[in-house]
Design a protein around this ligand. Structure first.
Ligand code: DGL
Length: 259
C-alpha cells in the first residue's frame, strides 16, 4: 500500500482532540483519519506525570499499530508530559504536538490580561514555562488552571447553568478588569466556547491552537512528501478506550457541530 494513503492518527485523553482533528479535516478533506480517545482514563491533567507519560506512549503505540503515517498528540497535557519521549522513541515518524496558542493572543495587542485556561499539568510543566518566558514581557498573562472542566465535556455537557456557574466562579477574580483574550490551552475547551462567551462577554476573543496545529501537520506532510493525492473524501475512524457506541456517536457529533 502507498504510504500516502495511510491514515493520520490523532490522540487525546478523551474527546477534546476532535476540536483539532475537525480543523485538519477541513484543510485536508481527502486524508484518512484515525482518532483514539482515552476517555476511560480522562482527565489526564490532574494525574501524576509518569502515569500520563505511560498512557500517552501506549496510545501512540495503538495508533502506530494501525499503520498511521503521522501522529498528532491533540492534547496539551499529553504533549507537555510526553512529547520528548515520543520523539525520542519514534525518530522516523512525523509527530505533532500542541501547546497553548499564546502567540496569536499576544499579537492581537488588546488591552488587559491574556488568560490562559488549561489543565493543572499543562500549566505546571517545563514546556509551558518556556512559552511564558517568551511572551511575559510583551503582555500581562494569567494562568487559569481549570481542574474539573474536562469532565463536563466528557459527559457531553457543552452548555447550561451548571457549566456557566463553574466558569463564572473561575473568572470571578478577572471580570472587573479588562480581558484582552482567552487562550483555550486544552483541546476540550473549544467545545464550550458559547458557554464561555455567555459568562465573559461576546466581544472577548477566544483563541485555540487547532487550526495552527493542523497547518503545521500539513506542512510536515508536504515536506516529507506524505500528503495523500487522492481526489476523494477520506475516511474517518474513531476509537475510544470506553468501548461503547454512545461515546463513539458523541465523537462523530462533535466533528459535525459548529464551534
Ligand atoms: N484535551 C486535553 C488537553 O488538551 C485534556 C487533558 C485532560 O484530560 O485533563 O489538555
Amino acid at each position: 500500500m502507498n504510504i500516502k494513503n495511510s491514515p493520520i492518527g490523532f490522540f487525546d485523553s478523551g474527546v477534546g482532540g476532535l476540536s483539532v482533528m475537525k480543523e485538519a479535516i477541513s484543510i485536508m478533506p481527502n486524508e484518512n483519519f484515525i482518532y483514539f480517545g482515552d476517555s476511560k482514563n480522562a482527565p489526564y491533567g490532574t494525574k501524576e506525570l509518569d502515569n500520563v507519560k505511560n498512557l500517552t506512549l501506549n496510545a501512540v503505540d495503538f495508533l502506530l499499530n494501525k499503520n498511521v503515517k503521522a501522529v498528532v498528540v491533540a492534547c496539551n497535557t499529553a504533549t507537555s508530559a510526553a512529547i520528548e519521549d515520543i520523539r525520542d522513541k519514534y525518530k522516523n515518524t512525523v509527530i505533532i504536538g500542541i501547546e497553548p496558542a499564546l502567540k496569536p493572543a499576544v499579537k492581537l495587542k488588546r488591552k488587559g490580561n491574556i488568560i490562559i485556561m488549561a489543565t493543572p499539568m499543562t500549566l505546571k510543566e517545563k514546556k509551558f514555562k518556556l512559552l511564558m518566558d517568551k511572551y511575559k514581557n510583551e503582555s500581562s498573562i494569567v494562568s487559569l488552571p481549570c481542574a474539573g472542566l474536562v469532565e463536563f465535556i466528557e459527559e457531553g455537557i457543552l452548555n447550561g447553568e451548571k457549566l456557566e456557574n463553574y466558569l463564572r466562579q473561575k473568572f470571578k477574580p478577572y471580570l472587573n478588569a479588562n480581558i484582552a483574550a482567552i487562550v483555550l490551552g486544552c483541546t476540550h475547551y473549544p467545545f464550550i466556547k458559547e458557554a464561555l462567551s455567555n459568562v465573559i462577554g461576546e466581544d472577548i476573543p477566544l483563541i485555540d491552537g487547532g487550526l495552527g496545529t493542523s497547518h503545521e501537520l500539513k506542512r510536515k506532510l508536504i515536506e516529507k512528501d506524505l500528503l495523500n493525492d487522492s481526489k476523494e473524501k477520506g475516511k474517518i475512524t474513531i476509537y475510544n478506550s470506553i468501548n461503547d457506541n454512545k461515546i463513539i456517536d458523541f465523537c462523530y457529533n462533535l466533528i459535525n457541530i459548529k464551534i
